[in-house]
Ligand binder design. Structure first.
Ligand code: UDP
Ligand code: MG
Length: 329
């Protein structure tokens, strides 16, 4: 069996969880202190009302920033060692890897649940209360879903929503309008730790873990400080990353195009025969068109077949866990 044993806590053991807030940060010097203030307030409130354990932490992951991000995190830690933690990646590895690193540190540090959020406070911090109450109701994963995207630009909103639709059509699973604002319990973090792939696309992986899940709706605000670290180029490569990490449909598409091309070739062949018998044939044209479409189609089908094998190798190479047991008697 390729998994470690994890006991999913019952509601009694979910009462005062140790929660780690995990925030990946890349060049966030402008807004980080403000983010820390807001989160600290929320943290203290949750501890005061006994929603979370006082062993909970706010964990910043510096994703190889070149500005003062890390020294700010170090200062925060100095000011309150039991609350603020920091992890510094040696190089900029991208949001997904930074988040994964933080979640794994949280898991190893013994958290009961981890809440991932962006460092720019675009995701409404007050939703955390709902996350925790859903966790206490027995949900292992709680997704933050954007109810409206009014504050996003038209382009960002349309392109993002189109992406979710294409992604699901390609056969991968995502939660519509959910980014990486979510709570994951220890059992699901443990399951996630068994995914060893380098091309990470967490919002595609997490729904495939299964478990009991819930959704919490919120409105996404604007970035509090600094600029988006996801310019158009990164957004496009992130979308391509998502699709190519989860779907081999583009490979089947090549085969389908090949078959279509062969059908066109056959159609032209029939047309050539008809024009030959009706005496309207143009010398050379028919045979040329036939060969182009038939050979083109044949090559594409071959490519598709090779692609299918490559697709299988690619899925094997990921070494994804085959299953994860939720309960056993
Ligand atoms: N981020 C990161 N590494 C990167 C790019 C971004 O850790 O290479 C972090 C960033 O600091 C922020 C989160 O990922 O906390 C989301 O980035 P951003 O807010 O710029 O994306 P947007 O909200 O514009 O999509
Ligand atoms: Mg943002």
């Amino acid at each position: 069996m390729d998994q470690q044993e994890t006991v999913i806590p019952d509601s009694e053991n979910r009462k005062k969880p140790v929660v780690f807030f995990v925030l990946p940060c890349y060049e966030e010097e402008e807004g980080l202190r403000h983010t820390a203030d807001v989160l600290l307030k929320k943290y203290r409130h949750l501890v005061a009302v006994e929603s979370i354990s006082q062993k909970s932490r706010i964990l910043f992951v510096d994703d190889g920033s070149h500005d003062k991000t890390w020294s700010i995190i170090a200062d925060l830690h100095k000011s309150d060692q039991s609350t603020f933690g920091g992890v510094k990646l040696a190089h900029n590895r991208g949001h997904q890897n930074a988040l994964y690193a933080g979640l794994m540190v949280a898991l190893r540090s013994g958290c009961d649940a981890a809440i991932s959020m962006d460092a720019d406070l675009q995701d409404d911090v007050d939703v955390v209360d709902d996350f925790i109450s859903e966790y206490q109701n027995g949900n292992e994963i709680v997704y933050g879903v954007r109810s409206k995207r009014a504050k996003d630009t038209w382009f960002k909103r349309t392109s993002a929503e189109a992406f979710y639709k294409v992604f699901n059509w390609m056969g991968a699973e995502t939660v519509y309008n959910h980014a990486d604002y979510r709570l994951m319990g220890r059992a699901s973090l443990q399951a996630l730790s068994e995914y060893h792939e380098v091309n990470l696309f967490l919002r595609g992986i997490v729904p495939t873990l299964g478990f009991k899940t819930a959704k919490v709706y919120y409105e996404r605000g604007e970035r509090e400080a600094g600029e988006s670290k996801y310019p158009l180029k990164k957004m496009i490569s992130f979308a391509i990353q998502g699709i190519t990490s989860f779907s081999t449909k583009p490979l089947s598409f090549v085969t389908a195009c090949g078959v279509a091309s062969i059908l066109v070739g056959i159609g032209i062949f029939v047309y050539v025969l008809i024009s030959l018998f009706s005496g309207k044939a143009m010398a050379g044209w028919g045979s040329l068109m036939c060969s182009i479409w038939l050979i083109g189609g044949f090559l594409m089908v071959c490519l598709g077949i090779v692609g299918n094998y490559v697709g299988k190798i690619y899925l094997e190479a990921k070494h994804r866990p085959r299953f994860y047991i939720e309960e056993q008697f």
